[in-house]
Design a protein. Structure first.
Length: 108
């Protein structure tokens, strides 16, 4: 399944939409891992994050200040990242990327 919902903008609201999203969250199974592909980094090559505890990075502006307080303290999956690196040509491992602003809202 693939989905993108910028739920962080609505997380403190109570309406039919947010209630439906919360109910949906209770019905879905807990994922073992979430793979995020992002073009937010300026690097030479393609990288997979190998952090066990990635930090949340907020690299946006023009949104409510409360979004800057949103953290996504999910653990990384270094072993899974290494497995992906082994199976995908031209992917390198390193300490970055972290959780970007576009990463945390859809999965928090």
């Amino acid at each position: 399944m693939t989905a993108f919902l910028c739920f962080a903008l609505f997380r403190n609201k109570s309406n039919a939409f947010t209630r439906h999203l919360r109910q949906l969250g209770h019905r879905l199974r807990q994922p073992h891992a979430i793979l995020v592909v992002s073009a937010h980094w300026l690097t030479r090559g393609t990288f997979a994050g190998l952090n066990a505890q990635p930090e949340t990075i907020h690299d946006f502006g023009g949104f409510p200040r409360e979004l800057l307080a949103v953290q996504y303290p999910a653990p990384g999956a270094p072993a899974l990242a290494r497995s992906i690196i082994e199976h995908v040509a031209e992917v390198h491992g390193g300490p970055r990327p972290q959780h970007l602003d576009g990463t945390a809202p859809p999965v928090s």
